[in-house]
Design a protein around this ligand. Structure first.
Ligand SMILES: NC(=O)C1=CN([C@@H]2O[C@H](COP(=O)(O)OP(=O)(O)OC[C@H]3O[C@@H](n4cnc5c(N)ncnc54)[C@H](O)[C@@H]3O)[C@@H](O)[C@H]2O)C=CC1
Ligand SMILES: C[N+](C)(C)CC(=O)CC(=O)[O-]
Length: 322
């Protein structure tokens, strides 16, 4: 780790976001709404216009949630080069495409361009930092800060370092994200898919299986969650809700009762083949489930839904309009 200490997490005013697609753009919107100066860089020729459209689409939801004092879309700068974007960064969030080689090279470039001691986080949805920090001169400040879509509304960030990450960088990032309004899980060790994606992957694998085998439609799969367990999961996780399935006997009775019958589903599950037929069936199923709503309509519907759930469960950020 560099001997230059990073700034106090509570005193950070400038954040750099590298990669400005769905997630990078979502991070930009989040940090702007929390009152930071944000510099973004993305190599795509149309990146600036796309980013500003994404921030504009997110702003009504963020305004409804309550903006931090001084928060403004005017505090976004789109840099011409990666070096310019990182030159005076106090924190860097990388959200480039999920390709291991690209991440390795990009993180090394970011490390070279960012002031010593400043922490650099990757939004990767699954690569362990140990596999991504191989090319950087100072891997000790590189870590994963895995967000959930959209980062400007879903509170969770999973923070985890790699084998060559300094523990102090992990602690710094966890504290910084908390100050920036996120809900943080700091993981002690690397797990493929971290915690939440590992769970989502199990669900997703079975959804694809059912569509591939013609056992359920996309709409039935989605309705089975939104009309069923999803209602509970917004405020009580899968373990505690299943403890209630054991009645007064709680989790002990639940496991004694249902454990033996779960052995078969736990052991028969395999990865489905993601062939063209399955890809096309998923795309057609989602179009049918969208029932004429555009992606922009669905984004607005999702954003309002998340805000309503946060409000209903008493988790609106401080200062949000009731
Ligand atoms: N889409 C999602 O729901 C989530 C994605 N993530 C992670 O976030 C990261 C970004 O994913 P998305 O935003 O979905 O992808 P995206 O495809 O929407 O955006 C990626 C952006 O990176 C830019 N880019 C391409 N090469 C680059 C480079 N060398 N340096 C910097 N930027 C570059 C592209 O122009 C594009 O704007 C990935 O690591 C992904 O795993 C994490 C959580 C959720
Ligand atoms: C689809 N995804 C694996 C990239 C999703 C995530 O990583 C988290 C999320 O937003 O659910």
């Amino acid at each position: 780790m560099s001997t230059t200490p990073p700034p106090d997490p509570a005193r950070v005013t400038r954040v750099t976001c590298v990669g400005a697609g769905v997630i990078g753009g979502g991070w930009v919107a989040h940090f702007l709404a929390r009152g930071y100066d944000v510099t973004a860089w993305d190599p795509a020729p149309d990146a600036a216009g796309k980013l500003r459209r994404l921030v504009d689409a997110a702003w009504p939801a963020l305004t409804q949630l309550g903006l931090a004092p001084g928060a403004s879309r005017d505090r976004l700068t789109v840099a011409e080069t990666l070096e310019e974007a990182c030159a005076d960064a106090q924190f860097v969030q990388e959200s480039a495409p999920e390709k291991l080689e690209l991440k390795r090279e990009l993180l090394a470039q970011l490390d070279a361009a960012t002031p010593a001691g400043v922490v650099i986080a990757s939004s990767t949805s699954g690569y362990p930092m140990t596999d991504m920090q191989t090319e950087a001169a100072d891997p000790s400040r590189l870590l994963v800060g895995h967000p959930f879509n959209p980062p400007y509304l879903i509170p969770l960030v999973e923070v985890v370092g790699g084998e060559r990450t300094d523990r102090s960088a992990v602690e710094w990032a966890s504290r910084f994200y908390e100050v920036a309004g996120k809900s943080v899980i700091t993981m002690e060790r690397e797990l493929p898919g971290f915690i939440a994606n590992r769970l989502q992957e199990a669900l997703w694998r079975e959804a694809l299986h059912m569509v591939a085998n013609g056992e359920a439609t996309v709409k039935e799969i989605d309705d089975s969650i939104t009309e069923g367990p999803g209602l509970r999961w917004a405020f009580m996780g899968p373990c505690l809700t299943f403890a209630l399935a054991g009645g007064e006997g709680g989790m002990g009775h639940m496991l004694d009762h249902f454990g033996p019958s779960l052995k078969s589903p736990w052991t028969r599950l395999e990865a489905p083949e993601l062939d063209t037929a399955l890809r096309d069936a998923m795309v057609a199923g989602c179009e049918e489930a969208a029932a004429g709503r555009s992606i922009a309509d669905l984004v607005a519907e999702r954003d309002q839904g998340v805000i309503d759930v946060l409000r209903a469960t008493g988790r609106l950020p401080k200062g949000a309009a009731e």
